[in-house]
Design a protein. Sequence first.
Length: 409
Amino acid sequence: MSVSPKLAIIVGGGPAPGINSVISAATVKAINEGFDVVGIQDGFKHLVRRDVSCARPLSINDVSRIHWLGGSVLGTARENPTKSKEAMTNVIETLKGVGVTHLVTIGGDDTALSSSTVASQSDIRTVHVPKTIDNDLPLPPHIPTFGFQTARHVGTELVQNLMEDARTTKRWYIVVAMGRQAGHLALGIGKAAGATLTIIREEFGGKIIPFSQLCDIVEGSIIKRRAEKRHYGVAVLAEGVIDQLDPTELADLQDVERDEHGHIRFAEIDLARKVKVEIEGRFKQRGIKLLVTNKNIGYEVRCCDPIPFDQHYCRELGNSAIRFLVNGGSGAMVSIQNGKLVPLLFSDIRDPHSGKTRVRNVNPDSETFRVAREYMIRLDPADVANKDTAEKLSRAGNLSIEELKKRFG
């Protein structure tokens, strides 16, 4: 009697809407193709410890109605077995010990690397389904990463609510949206919601900027709005702006965590609060009482139920992953391009110098950014150069014309 091939499904990294849709589609397709399917709980966390209790059988009944649910029925973890030869050996031997012949991984860069390493160091065939709400994987420009559309949708609704609260209570909100390496999510939320302004790291061209310059942009927007008799607004900042700030300024902060090497954990810096305090202080010095509230958006959009776009998209990805394996493929990431399965070899999407997956950043010269920028309220040099406009701005910000020109000219 022949033994059925066995598929394992593993989720690694941070959550993203649509994970359960991929799990569901992959499980159903695999079972219909003659596979036994097991779900591995909590990523590679238990496999590196040779704990086989993390593997549980999955049936069609188990997954047939999970595709519209947020989160992950298999959990997730950031365990990276590639950092240790022993850990990777434990993963491979534990998988083979429970009869796994094929592997679907769902995750980001570290999970993709783990998947490719399993493929290269064993006879287990692997395929990776990429996920990130940051939309920063090296796919063609018009193809989003799964989870991004839902995260933008929910984030937009949150910012729209804040915009109405700002208008009603006459305050400003400083909102920081997730996106460490790219500003797609912040820009997408700000553009869709019609936020007063959005600031992303890409607009600085990779240059390190002083914290004061970031605050100048926000302050200028507030002054311009006040000149229009609108004493409220919402500024959306991409989390990745932190990486463009002068590290010597950040090092002065006393309330941030540091890693084992003494480096600041930028993710622990409350950028929104820091900008709020600085902006309020600037206006207070000039006799203006400004109400500013800080807000971070990130965890709220990672485990929400996927919108129909991601339900639909993730079913295609899950199904395509199994078709890739059934056709003898291994060691690649799946993508859907022009309605067709296009496997992307790991070697083709990695930076040859760093060895990491290439990052897809926002192109500041693109139509997407140009249009977003046109609808933002920002104080430009042309505003200061115009005599009548400069006088209005001077009164709105309680600055002399000379101070205004010096700061914003």
